[in-house]
Write a protein that binds this ligand. Structure first.
Ligand SMILES: *[C@@H]1O[C@H](CO)[C@@H](O)[C@H](O)[C@H]1NC(C)=O
Ligand SMILES: *[C@@H]1O[C@H](CO)[C@@H](O)[C@H](O)[C@H]1NC(C)=O
Ligand SMILES: *[C@@H]1O[C@H](CO)[C@@H](O)[C@H](O)[C@H]1NC(C)=O
Ligand SMILES: *[C@@H]1O[C@H](CO)[C@@H](O)[C@H](O)[C@H]1NC(C)=O
Ligand SMILES: *[C@@H]1O[C@H](CO)[C@@H](O)[C@H](O)[C@H]1NC(C)=O
Ligand SMILES: *[C@@H]1O[C@H](CO)[C@@H](O)[C@H](O)[C@H]1NC(C)=O
Ligand SMILES: *[C@@H]1O[C@H](CO)[C@@H](O)[C@H](O)[C@H]1NC(C)=O
Ligand SMILES: *[C@@H]1O[C@H](CO)[C@@H](O)[C@H](O)[C@H]1NC(C)=O
Ligand SMILES: *[C@@H]1O[C@H](CO)[C@@H](O)[C@H](O)[C@H]1NC(C)=O
Ligand SMILES: *[C@@H]1O[C@H](CO)[C@@H](O)[C@H](O)[C@H]1NC(C)=O
Ligand SMILES: *[C@@H]1O[C@H](CO)[C@@H](O)[C@H](O)[C@H]1NC(C)=O
Ligand SMILES: *[C@@H]1O[C@H](CO)[C@@H](O)[C@H](O)[C@H]1NC(C)=O
Length: 520
């Protein structure tokens, strides 16, 4: 995301602080205190200061996941953009690394981009290795946004700028967020002409010289195009794949920013949406997911993305500034396509294997038909849980039937609730009864409706990860998913589930697991 879109003006920090920072911490890991009551424990957040879009995501040949991110290392608001860096073996236990890419001069910022592994040395940057990394990103200069590359000979830890930059010049301030993939021996870039509502596709044999191949636009996406991704996604239950083109844009279904997608085919130069599926849908049905990026270097038939877990309308105002940091990324999400809506292929988005962070079961297969259960999880030190409620036998509709899950604080009276109503197949998430963030855009709306139906066999599942100040909800195994921030003044610590007026054949079982902190 172009950070000036959030704040209106580019960075307010003095050059003195920038250079004292460069002088002292170029190769250092910025320390972080991850103990604050709002600080997520199984999500990635920066050690200090302001983070936005995920960048340069790739999986290396040793099984290490690399996450770079838009980062202001000197302030709690956007500006002075660098590429922060973290690595992980499982996408949950992240190790903060030194900043990977610095601005080339003191009037430019390193904006969003991607990274690839140049195994065949197509760039010529890598005389004697097959694990060279090339980062492709936007340089935001005072007069134009241009595309540039840097290369890394040490597996993605330190980078050197190409002396032939820019690789794609421009005359506009609205040309950003290159995402590069490999397709049939050629490099392919999607990049946004943001204000023109165009995704341009370029191709290259060597990552240095690029040829414009096509322009894509669509009337139903939004008012700004950012962070496009072109990615091959497996279709559930088959060996087939389809391409999706995802675009971060606004407005979303609940105002502010969102990420949308179209399903289609890619032939090396053009993205062609399915004729039967020219329908634009959202990747995340709630409000706090933007600028998602797919990891490069995954085996066939795998698609994993991570997104910036916030909304452009209030990202710069989040109350976590009191703890010295702003923004987390979403959970890593595994994606596939399936046919839910009858409108074409729908994206399924579920948490990447949670087992590395899964702790003891607090409830297991507890039955709650026309009944309720409650768990005090005060002694779960992470304050983070995963739960899943599975309903079967929803073959008839009971008037007034519902499933309600609520996280609450008995001392402050705050709560966060999710309610599935059988009568109209609506799921509602309500964060209005948490009071730690007084912000008009955050509160408008603060209650979110999502349409979701039982499958043909009458089964419906409601699952969520709650992590101090962020909840991610997964309905029907991720056929619908949504991310919401919430800010209680005291940690929520009672979890309850109840169901009412269920149909006679319905069964409901609930499992609840503590999640182990990856940070403390
Ligand atoms: C940064 O800006 C100052 C003042 O404009 C200039 O003197 C200095 O050479 C610049 N430094 C770099 C690294 O470009
Ligand atoms: C990589 O490319 C460079 C520049 O073309 C060349 O000098 C080098 O021999 C190449 N290395 C390999 C292993 O192909
Ligand atoms: C993989 O690990 C080996 C041995 O530790 C190391 O030499 C190599 O650089 C690593 N590769 C990458 C891509 O980091
Ligand atoms: C590397 O070269 C091999 C053999 O020509 C080719 O199959 C493969 O697609 C190339 N991969 C990349 C990432 O360039
Ligand atoms: C592609 O779109 C960009 C942005 O609107 C425009 O400047 C460019 O001329 C277009 N290219 C072609 C070949 O239409
Ligand atoms: C790709 O699709 C475009 C648009 O339909 C078409 O003009 C082009 O010829 C196709 N290219 C190939 C290689 O099929
Ligand atoms: C999805 O299912 C509907 C029927 O519900 C069917 O009409 C449509 O062709 C299917 N779409 C795909 C892409 O299989
Ligand atoms: C859940 O209960 C089942 C049946 O009692 C048991 O086999 C299983 O191990 C339990 N799982 C956990 C995570 O406690
Ligand atoms: C859900 O449960 C909570 C806690 O018991 C309660 O305050 C709330 O009113 C319930 N919501 C609905 C729609 O029943
Ligand atoms: C769904 O039904 C419930 C219960 O009647 C009602 O409170 C809610 O407003 C309805 N939601 C929608 C989106 O119609
Ligand atoms: C949210 O809560 C406030 C009180 O804290 C109340 O005034 C407001 O009406 C609520 N908004 C909604 C949409 O429920
Ligand atoms: C749940 O309550 C409804 C009436 O509200 C009733 O029709 C249904 O049989 C009850 N289910 C069970 C399993 O008791």
């Amino acid at each position: 995301m172009r950070i000036s879109a959030i704040v209106g003006v580019l960075f307010g920090i003095g050059q003195y602080s920038l250079f004292s920072f460069l002088g002292t911490t170029r190769a250092q890991i910025i320390p972080g205190d991850y103990t604050g009551p709002l600080r997520p424990q199984v999500h990635f957040s920066p050690p200090q200061f302001f983070m936005n879009d995920p960048n340069g995501c790739f999986l290396d040949s040793n099984g290490t996941w690399h996450l770079y991110y838009q980062y202001n290392p000197t302030d709690i608001t956007p500006g002075n953009q660098h590429w922060g860096h973290a690595t992980s073996k499982d996408l949950y236990h992240w190790e903060n690394q030194p900043i990977a890419i610095f601005p080339p001069d003191n009037t430019s910022q390193v904006f969003t981009g991607s990274a690839v592994i140049d195994v065949n040395n197509t760039s010529g940057f890598f005389p004697d290795q097959d694990n060279g990394i090339v980062a492709i990103y936007t340089l935001n200069t005072p007069t134009k946004e241009i595309q540039a590359i840097s290369f890394s000979r040490d597996g993605g830890f330190t980078f050197t700028a190409f002396d032939g930059n820019p690789i794609i010049d421009s005359t506009t301030m609205s040309f950003r967020d290159p995402k590069v993939i490999q397709f049939q021996g050629s490099w392919v870039m999607v990049v946004a002409f943001s204000a023109d509502l165009v995704v341009a596709i370029y191709t290259s044999p060597d990552l240095k010289t690029w040829t414009h191949a096509s322009n894509f636009t669509h009337a139903d996406i939004g008012e700004l195009f950012e962070c496009p991704n072109l990615v091959e996604i497996p279709i559930d239950g088959s060996d087939e794949t389809k391409f999706i083109l995802s675009i971060s844009t606004n407005p979303g279904p609940n105002k502010g920013t969102t990420m949308k997608y179209l399903v289609g085919d890619f032939n090396g130069t053009h993205f062609i949406p399915d004729p039967t599926d020219n329908v634009v849908r959202v990747v995340d049905a709630i409000k706090d997911s933007y600028a998602g990026q797919y990891f490069y270097g995954l085996p066939d038939n795998e698609a994993v993305f991570i997104a910036w877990a916030t909304n452009g309308d209030y990202a710069s105002d989040l109350p976590t500034a009191s703890e010295g940091w702003r923004s987390s990324q979403t959970l890593p999400r595994r994606n596939s396509l399936t046919n839910v809506s009858g409108q074409g292929w729908d994206l399924v988005s579920s948490p990447f294997d949670l087992s590395p962070v899964t702790g003891p079961a607090l409830a297991n297969a507890t039955e709650v038909v026309n009944n309720s259960m409650s768990i005090d999880y005060s002694d779960v030190s992470s304050n983070a849980l995963y739960f899943e409620a599975d309903i079967t036998g929803l073959t008839s509709t009971a008037s007034g039937g519902l499933l309600n899950f609520t996280f609450s604080s008995p001392t402050s009276g705050e709560s966060l609730s999710g309610v599935y109503q059988l009568s109209n197949n609506t799921f509602n998430l309500d964060r209005n009864n948490t009071r730690g963030f007084d912000n008009t855009a955050f509160e408008d709306p603060s209650s979110f409706d999502v349409s979701v139906s039982p499958d043909a066999d009458g089964n419906l599942s409601v699952a969520a990860v709650i992590d101090r100040s962020i909840i991610e909800v997964f309905l029907n195994g991720g056929k619908l998913s949504g991310t919401a921030l919430f800010y209680p003044t005291e940690p929520l610590r009672i979890f309850s589930v109840s169901t009412e007026a269920m149909p006679p054949d319905a069964k409901v079982t609930v499992g609840v697991w503590a999640l182990n902190s990856v940070w403390v």
